[in-house]
Design a binder for this molecule. Structure first.
Ligand SMILES: Cc1cc2nc3c(=O)[nH]c(=O)nc-3n(C[C@H](O)[C@H](O)[C@H](O)COP(=O)(O)OP(=O)(O)OC[C@H]3O[C@@H](n4cnc5c(N)ncnc54)[C@H](O)[C@@H]3O)c2cc1C
Length: 297
């Protein structure tokens, strides 16, 4: 058995190394964009050196071409891997396991269904095993050795072309999926400016990332890439602060691996208080300035 850990961006190689190490099988890392870490215990680190934003159709075909000799192809769960890995599996005629949160063996995985209210155990009988996984469910990676680095040119021929890429906000803030502190705002934030000053302001004061509910994103209050939840990003920070967030099943599916959840909501019966470790029943427009005064920022 041999595993290829596909990292669309360099940090995913570090995040995903714990998964690769946990099976005790030899593994290589393929960095699609940028450079990968050398100290994950990978036998080789391949760097494809692609530009940002290759579309999934051509990329999937190229990655399937690189799969020869591997029993496992794995990637950290992300919007990108959700787009690309199932297509890789289709090219290889393999089954796809999405969002594994733990593993009983190299072919048996646990994964959430129905926004996390059911945990299914799935076994794949196909080879190769194609899997995306959530790193918090697997051991933390140990720094090991110094892997040799080799270029791996990927011949990406896409039928689709990315004609524009709009990225808003977030300048200088930590990546949402890797941040130790996340401050999330919901629908009551009213507009983009209020969201940025209240939620962004607290996030900056704490050195954290900014998240949003889908209701906030759909209302144009928050950028799309900030959405947390079942159809957004999965986060697992040490501290998750949710302000004006009701606690829908779909939102909670994205935050359940957070170590401490603090909810600020003016409705004492809001569902989020059932899960939160700490609850503040208050108007967020009073509570957040008060928190900032307390921490002196
Ligand atoms: C298939 C599907 C997928 C979905 N995926 C996602 C997803 O990935 N992520 C996601 O977030 N949602 C997702 N949703 C939407 C989800 O069901 C909820 O509609 C959404 O999470 C609600 O967002 P919210 O909590 O901001 O808004 P609301 O439900 O409107 O809640 C706002 C909360 O703010 C409180 N509040 C109001 N004013 C204040 C104030 N001044 N101070 C303090 N508290 C205040 C209210 O008491 C309320 O609890 C999905 C839905 C579907 C059907």
């Amino acid at each position: 058995m041999r595993l290829l850990l596909i990292a669309f961006e360099g940090p995913e190689a570090t995040q995903g190394a714990g998964f690769a190490q946990s099976f005790g099988m030899p593994f290589d890392v393929l960095c699609v964009e940028g450079k990968g870490p050398r100290d994950t215990g990978a036998e080789r680190v391949f760097e494809a050196g692609l530009a940002h934003g290759e579309t999934a159709d051509g990329l999937a075909k190229a990655l399937a071409g690189a799969a020869n000799g591997y029993s496992h192809l794995a990637a950290v769960s992300s919007m990108r891997s959700k787009d690309v890995l199932p297509r890789v599996a289709a090219h290889l005629g393999a089954a796809m396991v999405t969002d594994a949160i733990s593993a009983s063996s190299p072919t048996v995985f646990q994964r959430p269904l129905v926004a996390g209210s059911v945990i299914a155990t799935v076994e794949t009988l196909c080879s190769p095993v194609v899997v995306t996984f959530r790193p918090p469910g697997f051991p933390k990676p140990e720094a090991r050795g110094q892997s040799p680095v080799e270029p791996m040119p990927l011949d990406v021929q896409s039928k689709a072309a990315r004609v524009s890429a709009n990225e808003r906000g977030g300048g200088g803030r930590p990546d949402l999926t890797q941040a130790k502190i996340v401050v999330t705002g919901g629908r009551p934030l009213k507009d983009a400016q209020t969201f940025e000053s209240v939620i962004g302001g607290l996030a900056d004061a704490l050195g954290g990332a900014v998240g949003a509910t889908r209701a906030a994103v759909d209302s144009g209050i928050a950028p799309n890439e900030a959405q947390v939840g079942q159809t957004g990003k999965i986060v697992a920070p040490d501290l998750y602060i949710a302000a004006g967030v009701s606690g829908s099943t779909q939102h909670m599916a994205g935050i359940k691996d957070s170590k401490i959840i603090v909810a600020i909501n003016k409705d004492p019966d809001a569902p989020i208080f059932e899960t939160a470790d700490l609850g503040i029943v208050a108007d967020l427009f009073e509570a957040i300035p008060a928190i900032r005064r307390l921490i002196g920022k």
